[in-house]
Design a protein around this ligand. Structure first.
Ligand code: CTP
Ligand code: MG
Length: 233
């Protein structure tokens, strides 16, 4: 049997419009180091991948220098490569997929913006793939009541017990993820699992972590800073 070879695609090619710092979000500082350093260090520390491909904005040099310094200062197995991203997240994931060698059998796709994701979430996702799952995503219970709304009116209230807020890293068999990204999709694609669902393939959910929240707004950065304070007072 072919040995399982896992790769990570770390997407960091967004502009960070909502954070509003005027630099790509991956360059934002949190606890004195960039979000990219937090995220890449965790990818490497998790030990799950033989190849990590970081997707950065086209033409960027700042993030590439950061990647070199993180890669040089960590004990890790496997290699780290960098590739230019696209105009949307799915395009950036596709650029990462194209850059991974064909020997990679499983892929974890992770948002650099989820910079404080604990190592154990990576390991949970990777282990579920080892056990034979084709697609696995981390999720946490939601605290709010979520309603669907159309034209300013409520159209439904799904039971909160069945809802999960979905995070990354999301893990897939590489062939399946390539097929999903090659299939034309309608609407706004906000995660990779959506593409797998539309192929009718089961997606497993494992426990995520509160700290894996996506740093999107200035308030999120304040929360992230205080989480780091608690980790390293
Ligand atoms: N991403 C990417 N390429 C894009 C857009 C997003 O690699 N063209 C990545 C981001 O770098 C981030 C993740 O996808 O790690 C989730 O996206 P989001 O949180 O929306 O980040 P940004 O697009 O940078 O933020 P904004 O939408 O506020 O501009
Ligand atoms: Mg975005």
């Amino acid at each position: 049997m072919l040995e399982q070879q896992t790769g990570i695609i770390l997407v960091a090619a967004g502009t960070g419009e909502r954070l509003g710092l005027g630099v790509p979000k991956a360059q934002a500082l949190c606890g004195g180091i960039t979000l990219l350093e937090h995220a890449l260090s965790t990818c490497l520390e998790s030990g799950v991948a033989v190849h990590t491909c970081v997707v950065v904005p086209a033409g960027d040099t700042v993030l590439r220098d950061i990647i070199d310094s993180v890669t040089g200062s960590h004990q890790h197995r496997g290699i780290v490569t960098t590739v230019d991203g696209g105009a949307s997240r799915p395009e950036s994931v596709r650029a990462g997929l194209a850059a991974l060698p064909s020997t990679i059998s499983h892929v974890l796709v992770h948002d650099a913006a989820r910079a404080l994701t604990p190592v154990n979430v990576f390991q949970r996702v990777a282990e579920t793939l080892v056990q034979g799952a084709q697609a696995v995503i981390p999720g946490v219970e939601v605290v709010d009541t979520i309603k669907s709304v159309s034209g300013g009116q409520v159209t439904g209230t799904p039971s909160r017990a069945n809802l999960r807020a979905i995070q990354t890293p999301q893990g897939f068999s590489a062939g399946l993820l390539r097929r999903a990204h090659d299939t034309p999709a309608d609407g706004h694609i906000t995660d990779d699992a959506m593409l797998i669902e539309s192929l009718g393939i089961p997606v497993n959910v494992v426990e995520g972590a509160a700290e894996a929240f996506k740093i999107t707004t200035p308030q999120d950065l304040i929360l992230a800073e205080s989480i780091l304070q608690r980790r390293h007072p």
